[in-house]
Design a protein around this ligand. Structure first.
Ligand code: UT7
Length: 324
């Protein structure tokens, strides 16, 4: 029987500063009523000091995941960080996390798959486990999107929050049941953020910074369609019905997207835990933060079936069905 990824510990980190919708309405022309009714978001955590960084949150979440399952940093042979808001172009966040943790035996690298990043990291660890190359991985989804959103653009900046979530995954015969992922680069223009300015002396470039751009309605349509397809495909692969899944842990972008998926599957919303109300959209961090909250609330029992699903910029999507 082949070895697959089993989640054995979780951790998360949210910045201390909480910014409510009313706080935002003092900065721009928006309202608590608009944000809550369109998205379900009430408040989000945002970094508010130089010491709160993508790296610091990743290390905090990773340490807490290791403590949760009593794994020592030296036991890790793989660290993957999923992020689009790294503090550095190089080294990778994963190498910097490795250094901070003292995980001297791990191979470490980052993945850029936006809000699908945590699923891509989980599926990558799973593929390595199946190949026999690695046995124990720390995977982290972390974002400081407050650095790259346009704070003069109310249709995007109110949606996002900062944070990190982590999981320790181990090669096991009793974890992952089915997974999938995919990309459509041709659709990528609906959600993008250009890189830093060019420093090449032979090229004259516009030095103005560029911020996150999103066509919200196009992303909304893509999300509902693709996420429903992914869930159906996974259930079919595993020969299960929607009702067999204990918890659906979906990317936390918008409560209306989550509710649409529940309706499409004809399932009660209480199978879909959510934290978008107090975290906003934390991109690659949203699914592992939610997983950690559900775990720490004592709501996961051994043998529970979890379906994790995310979608995001790229465009990208990923999903995994696994046993807790
Ligand atoms: O993880 C990344 C994935 N991203 C997503 O999943 C986002 C998916 N999309 C969405 O969640 C929704 O499309 C949004 C929440 C972004 C927007 O909701 P919407 O119902 O599609 O609103 P809209 O863009 O059609 O805007 C409706 C109105 C506009 O005014 P007019 O033109 O009708 O007069 C906007 O100018 O709402 C206005 N508006 C706002 N008003 C108050 C846009 N943003 C705001 C705001 N406060 N923050």
């Amino acid at each position: 029987m082949s070895m697959r990824a089993k989640i054995i510990g979780t951790g998360s980190c949210l910045p201390t500063k909480i910014v409510t919708n009313d706080n935002l309405s003092t900065l721009m022309d928006t309202s608590d009523e608009w944000i809550q009714s369109r998205t379900g978001i009430r408040e989000r955590h945002l970094v508010s000091s130089e010491s709160e960084t993508t790296l610091s949150m990743a290390v905090h979440a990773g340490t807490s995941a290791l403590e949760d399952c009593s794994i020592l940093p030296e036991e890790l042979d793989l660290i993957i960080v999923a992020t689009v808001s790294s503090d550095f172009i190089t080294p990778s966040m994963a190498c910097m996390v490795q250094k901070e943790l003292g995980a001297i035996n791990a191979t470490a690298f980052d993945i850029n798959a936006a809000c699908s990043g945590f699923l891509f990291a989980l599926n990558t660890a799973d593929a390595y486990f199946q190949s026999g190359l690695y046995q124990t991985a720390l995977i982290i989804g972390v974002e400081t999107l407050s650095k790259i959103v346009d704070w003069t653009e109310r249709s995007t900046c109110v949606l996002f929050g900062d944070g990190a979530g982590a999981a320790v995954v181990r090669a096991d015969q009793n974890g992952m049941i089915a997974n999938l992922q995919g990309s459509n680069g041709a659709g990528g223009h609906v959600l993008m953020c250009k890189g830093r300015s060019n420093n090449n002396p032979y090229i004259t470039t516009d030095l103005s910074p560029d911020y996150l751009y999103m066509d919200g309605q196009e992303v909304f349509k893509f999300a509902v369609k693709k996420e429903a397809e992914c869930i159906h495909e996974l259930l079919e692969q595993a020969n299960l019905t929607p009702d067999d899944v204990t918890w659906y842990l979906l990317h936390q972008a918008n409560q209306r997207i989550i509710a649409s998926i529940a309706r499409k599957l004809k399932l009660p919303l209480d199978k879909f835990p959510s934290n978008v109300d107090h975290c906003g959209n934390t991109s690659a961090a949203s699914i592992p933060i939610l997983l950690d909250e559900v775990h720490r609330a004592g709501d996961l029992k051994e043998g529970d079936l979890l379906l994790l699903s995310g979608f995001g910029a790229g465009l990208t999507w990923g999903a995994a069905l696994l046993r807790w």
